[in-house]
Design a protein around this ligand. Structure first.
Ligand SMILES: *Cc1c(COP(=O)(O)O)cnc(C)c1O
Length: 372
């Protein structure tokens, strides 16, 4: 892929962000500051003051996230807390927002159940036809590309330009590709939101999220929302996420490469009726993925010929955890129809983990062969 189309963060520099400002004798690893109070005689200006407002552990995490995103970042206790902050800090009563009908379903619930009650008009469009009908009636356009779980993509640069031209704001959920796989801010998107519960943390032991933007007014609003709503990350989760980010590069590279290898082999397997992976030539997302992503991702989907076979595959493969969520070091899979996603009952979303690829392929192939 054309790596020149986006400015990649320097990952060596990221690993030494803290080290290069240390005094002699200070710990190299990030200390976990678990405190609500800070010693604060006299003027509080310029010092941590209270645990809902600031915490040195999340501030360092945000420094590293900011390095990855190439933009100021604010950390949140989950992906949904980040998405809620981005929406509640920007949208006003009487405004119109557009969201994908096939993206992460809790974002739809948030809009339908809560924003609509506050006098916000919520419209939905499928990702594949998202650009049809234009954007001039919308104040906020929320996109998810690739969509989870369908893996459809949209032209982020084109959408960002069109929405900006009519005075609207774009927000992109970049969870599945991470800033190492896709850089929506460089494509003109105003705000990125992400669940760091997934590949960013990577070990399935925390929930976190973040908001990134180069627009200082938007970030000030999001920061105020966090302080006032109290949707703040716990210091321990921030510390765990920081530790996960130190290996994001190696994990993500392994996961994406393995997904590419598995996708190419799954295409040939007789039990697989359909497969979606943006890296496969011929996949409906392939051309857009080549043009705007740096990696094809670690998610793929296969459709087996029945719900029963899909369940048997997921539950019998010793190197696949039957679990919801994605992006962890352990490969995992689930039938998304069990949550009501509009997909075939035999549709399996597979999140490829860090297992050595040949060992993983053998386990998958054996389980698929055993279905007949
Ligand atoms: C998981 C996920 C979210 C929500 O994140 P949480 O950390 O579970 O709150 C949002 N968007 C996408 C694409 C996700 O996969």
């Amino acid at each position: 892929m054309d790596e020149s189309k986006a400015k990649q963060p320097l990952l060596g520099e990221m690993l030494h962000l803290r080290g290069n400002s240390l005094q002699k004798g200070e710990p190299v690893a990030l200390p976990l500051t678990q405190s609500s109070m800070f010693h604060l005689p006299g003027s509080p200006e310029g010092f941590p003051n209270y645990g809902r407002v600031n915490n040195p552990t999340w501030e360092h995490l945000e420094h590293v996230l900011g390095h990855l995103e190439g933009a100021p970042c604010l950390a949140f206790p989950s992906g949904m807390a980040a998405i809620s902050a981005a929406l509640f800090a920007t949208v006003r009563a009487g405004q119109r927002i557009l969201i994908p009908s096939d993206g992460y379903y809790v974002t739809r619930l948030l809009a339908e159940r809560f924003l609509a009650n506050l006098g916000v008009t919520v419209e939905q469009r499928p990702t594949v036809t998202f650009e049809e009908g234009g954007f001039d009636r919308f104040d906020i356009v929320f996109v998810e590309s690739p969509s989870n779980p369908g893996l459809d993509m949209i032209d982020l640069r084109a959408v960002a330009q069109e929405v900006r031209a009519t005075g609207g704001i774009t927000i992109a959920d970049n969870t599945t590709l991470t800033p190492l796989g896709q850089r929506p801010l460089d494509l003109g998107i105003d705000m990125v939101v992400a669940s760091d519960t997934k590949a960013m943390g990577g070990h399935s032991d925390l929930l976190m999220g973040h908001v990134a933007s180069r627009n200082p007014d938007l970030m000030a609003a999001v920061e105020e929302w966090r302080k006032v709503s109290g949707a703040i990350p716990g210091p321990h989760e921030a510390w765990l996420l920081h530790r996960g980010l130190e290996t994001l590069d190696v994990r993500f590279e392994r996961m994406c490469n393995s997904a590419g290898v598995l996708a190419a082999r799954l295409v040939e397997h007789p039990a697989v009726q359909e497969i979606r992976y943006p890296g496969l030539p011929g996949d409906p997302s392939h051309e857009l993925a080549k043009a705007q992503t740096l990696k094809f991702g670690f998610l793929l989907s296969i459709t087996l010929d029945s719900e029963e076979r899909a369940e048997r595959f997921i539950n019998s493969c010793p190197l696949i955890r039957p679990a919801t969520s994605l992006g962890g070091v352990h490969s995992s899979a689930e039938r998304r129809a069990r949550w009501g996603d509009d997909v075939d009952p035999g549709f399996v979303r597979l999140s490829v983990g860090c297992e050595p690829v040949e060992e993983l392929w053998q386990a998958i192939e054996t389980s698929l062969d055993g279905l007949t």
